[in-house]
Design a protein around this ligand. Structure first.
Ligand SMILES: Nc1ncnc2c1ncn2[C@@H]1O[C@H](COP(=O)(O)OP(=O)(O)OP(=O)(O)O)[C@@H](O)[C@H]1O
Ligand SMILES: [Mg+2]
Length: 471
């Protein structure tokens, strides 16, 4: 892995998107750094140091999932985020928990493959350009000796030549590159390199890609694995696609890269990477806990899921289609609102495997104000961009922001506390009219001030019945 961020840098990056929650940001940053520290130890010590799994606890809508999403971009390591509710106990219909480890390995494969592809990029591109030039300027067709033979035995049924003809339809036919063809191709290659042909359409042949389904059940996955290994023995099926030269080049580079790298190496490296650096973020952990107050419906299965997760978190060997992976050093970050169920409602063994607990704070009015404007992708920025596509520019005054934050807090207090998600409904309501009209208005500049906000929210906020439904 090339560059890795220091804990301080990780926190700084998270700060661009998530307001407050500094404790949680620190903890995840430290957990990430500890993995890297571990890898620098001597092998004896390395074996002893297990990751300290982390449990993020906090009310709904305060940034837990958001932290995970952003972390995924930063981790520079195999990282997946899964929902605990997605899994079912072994034996029930649904995904088994082991599939999360298989998904992690898939993620690692993608990372390593990308790295390897970058290494061979120049060569692959050159090969792709050569291939593409051949497609654009086919060679002179040559009468193959094969067909000549065929003609001399007109009545004979020649299976081999029939097959040859059949495959010829898909393969590049036997062609000769005359002097003239060679010259034209050279020119075409140059034009492809310069991007002069980017918008032209070509029809190219590609190897058929197996689509990897993600949400299949284990039986299906196994079947697909078998299919994979079977199809590896057969010649690859070809498909035809008509695309622009620019797209064609990308597709062909991908395919040529695959030819240049050693898949076996990639798999071994990916397994190792996932083992040593992998992170699995399990969201909605509280949903598989069983709150002491509730009755017993459907809970057998939930507890089963917890029990199935245990060995994975604890460290076990799991079979993937690339080989066996050991989960001892995978870092797990659990997360949940634990609003109804408490962490103590998880089965004790599982609680013990998440020794570090971080609590996320309730968001204040000031936080709401910042969330509305500060993050790189903040809500107000999003709406400004959306409306600008219709030629309408909008501007929020500071007191409008303050007002929206205040209404949000008030509603969270009087109705349900849904955290920052409240801002989405508030903003949508404030801008409702504009979002409807903007396309017809075509252009204009709208200033949204405190009065504008109050006019659209006051009545609804005051009327508790209404606010329950609308905001
Ligand atoms: N601290 C924050 N900073 C910036 N945006 C936030 C923050 N907290 C929440 N948000 C925004 O609110 C929305 C919901 O947040 P998120 O998905 O992280 O909630 P959560 O904590 O995972 O809640 P739940 O327990 O219900 O899953 C997101 O769109 C996110 O952008
Ligand atoms: Mg969430």
């Amino acid at each position: 892995m090339n560059q890795t961020l220091t804990p301080r840098e990780i926190v700084h990056e998270l700060d661009q998107y998530i307001i407050g929650q500094s404790k949680a940001k620190r903890s995840v940053a430290i957990a990430l750094q500890n993995r890297i520290r571990r890898l620098k130890l001597d092998p004896g010590m390395q074996k002893e140091v297990k990751p300290k799994n982390l449990l993020m606890i906090g009310p709904t809508g305060v940034g837990k999932t958001e932290i995970a999403r952003r972390l995924a971009d930063l981790a520079n390591a195999p990282f997946i985020k899964v929902e605990a509710t997605k899994y079912t106990e072994v034996g029930y219909v649904g995904r088994d928990v082991e599939s999360m480890v298989r998904d992690l390995v898939e993620n690692a494969i993608r990372i390593v493959k990308k790295e390897k592809h970058e290494e061979v990029y120049d060569e692959a591109k050159e090969n792709a350009i050569v291939r593409l030039a051949k497609v654009i300027k086919p060679g002179e067709k040559k009468k193959t000796s094969n067909t000549n033979n065929n003609a001399s035995t007109p009545s004979g049924f020649d299976f081999a030549s029939m097959m040859a003809q059949f495959t010829n339809q898909f393969e590049e036919e036997e062609e000769v590159e005359t002097e003239e063809v060679a010259r034209t191709r050279r020119a075409i290659r140059e034009q492809i390199r310069n991007g002069q042909l980017d918008d032209h359409e070509v029809t190219i042949q590609l190897e058929e890609k197996k689509l990897s389904l993600n949400n299949t059940n284990p039986a299906m996955e196994q079947m697909m694995d078998i299919q994979d290994s079977l199809s590896a023995m057969q010649p690859k099926k070809k498909i035809e696609r008509t695309v622009t030269v620019k797209e064609a080049l990308e597709l062909l580079i991908e395919e040529e890269s695959d030819k240049l790298v050693n898949m076996e190496d990639i798999q071994q490296k990916a397994l190792q990477l996932a083992e040593e650096r992998g992170i699995i973020f399990i969201d909605e952990m509280d949903k598989i806990a069983i709150s002491s107050g509730s009755n017993n419906n459907g809970q057998v299965s939930r507890q089963g899921v917890q029990r199935d997760i245990l060995p994975i978190v604890e460290g076990s060997q799991i079979q993937t289609k690339y080989g066996i992976i050991n989960t001892d050093y995978i870092l797990f970050i659990g997360s949940g609102a634990f609003h109804e169920a408490k962490p103590s409602d998880l089965i004790p063994e599982l609680q013990g495997r998440f020794p570090i607990r971080v609590h996320l704070d309730d968001l204040t009015k000031e936080d709401f104000e910042k969330i509305l404007v500060e993050p790189k992708n903040s809500l107000t920025k999003q709406y400004m961009a959306l409306l600008e596509t219709d030629g309408v520019t909008i501007e929020f005054t500071d007191d409008a922001i303050t007002a929206m934050a205040a209404y949000s807090e008030q509603l969270n207090d009087t109705t349900d506390n849904i955290g920052a998600r409240r801002l989405h409904t508030i903003l949508e309501t404030v801008l409702d009219e504009l979002l409807f009209e903007a396309t017809d208005m075509q252009m204009g500049h709208i200033v949204i001030n405190e009065k504008y906000v109050a006019d659209r929210l006051e009545d609804i906020v005051e009327d508790r019945n209404l606010s329950h439904y609308i905001l």
